[in-house]
Every structure is written in C-alpha cells, then in structure tokens.
Design a protein around this ligand. Sequence first.
Ligand code: DGY
Length: 322
Amino acid sequence: MQRLKVLVTRRWPAEVEARLADAFDVTLNETDTPLTGAELAAAMGEYDVLCPTVSDRIDAAVINGGGRVRLIANYGVGFDHIDLAAAKARGIAVTNTPGVLTDATADIALTLILMAARRAGEGERELRAGKWSGWRPTHLIGSALKGKVLGCVGFGRIGIATARRAHHGFGMKIAYYGRRPCEDAVVQELQAEFCPDLNDLLDKADFVSLHVPGGGETANLIDAAAIARMKPGSYLINTARGGVVDHDALAAALKSGHLAGAGLDVYPAEPAVPPALLGIENVVLLPHLGSANAETRIAMGMCALANVEAFARGADLPNRVA
Ligand code: DGY
C-alpha cells in the first residue's frame, strides 16, 4: 500500500486517527479549528488525499487550488458541500460513508418528533428559568403520536429507518414521497402509502420528516407554498440538510400557529442558525447531532479509512460518489 500524504481537516475519533497515522503520512487537526477556503485550496496542492467533513466547503475554487489531491474521502454521507463536477473535471475521486449513520440519524429524527410533539424543549427552558409553577391539567399540552401520519419526504435508508421506529415503536401511520415506490417488503412491513406528488403527502401528514439529499433539485423544496400546504397543526422535522427548507416561511408558520411545531438538526449556513427561529418557542433546535454517538462516529471514520486504504492499494473504492 502506498504511504500517501493525507490531510484530515477536523478531529476524528482517536482510534481512527491512530489507524490512519499507522498506515499513512497523516496531518491531523489537533486544535479542531476549521480550515479556511484558502487553507483548503493550498492543501489540494500539498496532499494526495483530503479527508473533509460537512463543515468544509469544497467548492470549485478549493478544488482548482492545487493539482495534487487525487481522492477526497469525505467523513459523512452527505456530499452537497463538495463540488462533484469540479472534482470530476480534475479527475479527483470522491467517496462518502453511507449506511453506518442510518440508525443514529433516525434516532435523532425520532428525538425531534418526540421533543416537538411533547414540547420538551419548552418545558425544559421553563423549568430551568425557575418558571414552573407545578403540575396542572392544562400545562404544556402536546400531541400524541399513535395513529398520526408520518410523511417521509425521501424514503432511502434513513427515511425507512425513521418510519420503522415511528410505526413499530409509536403506532404511527406511514406515507412517503419519493421518485418511485420502494420495495414491496418494506411497503408491506410498514403499510406505507406512496405519494407520487409531494402535495399529496403534505395534505395528509401530521408530521413531515425530511430525508432527501441536499443541494440541486431539493434546494428550497419545502418553500412557502409547501409549508402553506401542510396540514394546520402539523409538524416539520428536518434531519437532512438546511437548504431544503425556507426558514423565513417556516418561522412565519410557527408564529402564526399554522404549524404546531418543528424540530431541526440542520441549517443552511451552519453553524449560523436562521435568526428568525431563535426567539420562537415551538421549534426544537439541535446542533447537527444526527450521527453524534460514539459508535457511529467511529464507524464513519473506519468507513472513510477503508476508502483511503482501497485507493492506496489501487482497488475499487467501496463508496465512490464521483
Ligand atoms: C452526514 O454524514 O452527512 C451528516 O450530516 C453528518 O452527521
């Protein structure tokens, strides 16, 4: 295996960094400070492999910044932060880490569904502020999940895993919107209703949960018109990418009461959070925790490592996206 020169842009789990350091000439980011665009562009000329994450913007300017990198091994499944066309034009391969974060992300979708439906964030804020005056029958009344329709926008691995938890664990009915119906076994298992038109899903879902990739055709998919189409008193859950949602329209719908609540884990320009949301009580705001458990973060690192190792051996890349 070639001893490639590898740059890891953020801190990774210690066991994965150790494996990388054994096999390659690795530069780690000890301080975990995000690299600037100029630093990333310079790295393209100094390393054989760049290992970025969702917090690095690998645009055409970065990619064209140097001519040495031959592999971008992303730590994460989403790759909308990488300009694949620019990479392809330069003959740079791009890989991701699919599969290993499905369960963790579905768990966070359920966390958001439960927190929004049961007003957990509002309750915790009230209690910590010393404003809880005690139990009473009308205090912080939320919504039950049993019998409610979970509408999944996108029904790939994470959408299905979320639907399984919601259906088998909480008795929710499942509807989904996607390019095509999913396999029969899943449809049978979840009694899932396919909506070929997004509006059909928005008309019937009590909880709309987003599971589409970011960028391209999904940008602003849940715009003001889509939010207006959602059922009065329904909830929007986003563990996918922030750019899928019009946050000004979402804030207005939460304030007016058209939507009962929302739960968000992702934002368009992280770590910035759309200011309109920050003062609103009926929205749960998490800091992109979808894959944040120890087992998953190690598995993501090992998956990225497997791609770098395959590249070093000249083998087929297990998770090539470009
Ligand atoms: C990904 O892998 O794309 C996630 O958003 C990180 O948790």
